[in-house]
Design a protein around this ligand. Sequence first.
Ligand code: ATP
Length: 338
Amino acid sequence: MYNIALIKGDGIGPEISESAISVLETINDKLDLKFSINQLDAGDGALKNTGKALPDETFDAIKSSDACLKAPVGETAADVIVFLRRELDLYANIRPAKSYPNMNALRDDVDLVIVRENTEDLYQGKEFEIDGAVVALRIITEKASKRIAKYACQTAIQRNLQKKVTSVHKSNVIRKSDSLFARACAGVAKEYSDISFEEMYVDACAMNLIRQPESFDVIVTTNMFGDILSDESAQVVGGLGMAPAANIGDDFALFEPVHGAAFDIAGKKIANPSSFILSIKMMLEWLGTKYDDKKCFDVADKLESIVFDVVKSGIKTKDIGGDKTTLEFTHEIVSRLS
Ligand code: ATP
């Protein structure tokens, strides 16, 4: 039995959380894998109700769970997800972008993953006002850069596709911090003789993600660049509604959609839950690795191929060109889980 902490979040968060709960409950009922789901409050709603965006009980429950699923939160994202990433040392943010069939994608042969450093950079929130100017500290350390570079190289080997790592930075302009990051990545890559390693400035990477996205395998980059490039890569393969993410540390991991709370469509019952359902798939793979549990991998594969088949058959939510509601789409996924 895996104990899963689930944060329902804000905006479309509660709607896609209902889908995630249905998927987990169906796995519980129909497949040989058991979860207990602990639904927790965090985000704008929690701040309003309890005075804290991340109540202590929520934080404690997350720490004692086997893994956390987190729907997007709104204005309080920095107090919730940025805090959790740093406090739990979830240093690797893994954001795959993969072509699914029958999508409004730029190309149908993209299979890349962005490995984003998750604890440093401008996300440390160290901003000061000095003599009328505002200064934001961009913190990059050799230790964290080497750690993420190692994770990226190992990811390229595990994926066993192009076995290529592209280190993305802007060391020609941000000379000290990005040169440190670039040197750390190049140094670590030398220890992996069977992967090919290349470097790219972030502006060129943004362009090449549109021009030849199929040429990428694993992109390793700093926190802010990774945030921006992963929204772009999600759009290249059809949109944010299909984009899952994992925040991974040495002992714990948290899984969430790439997108935010999408307040513009909240309550309309049209949100695409695939981003959260595919986050469950990533969670199952992580649990499978951690606990050496083959059943987790089997269910992860099954879940992904169901999402693949459902969108291929034209059953889609509005954001990806269909007319199904969140509930109808979820029902289609759940009914195929057996
Ligand atoms: P943040 O800065 O918190 O990441 P954002 O301002 O980039 O948020 P998102 O909430 O990520 O905005 O969403 C951008 C747009 O993409 C939304 O306006 C919404 O219409 C669309 N979108 C995002 N996620 C989904 C989804 N799961 N289903 C359908 N549409 C979505």
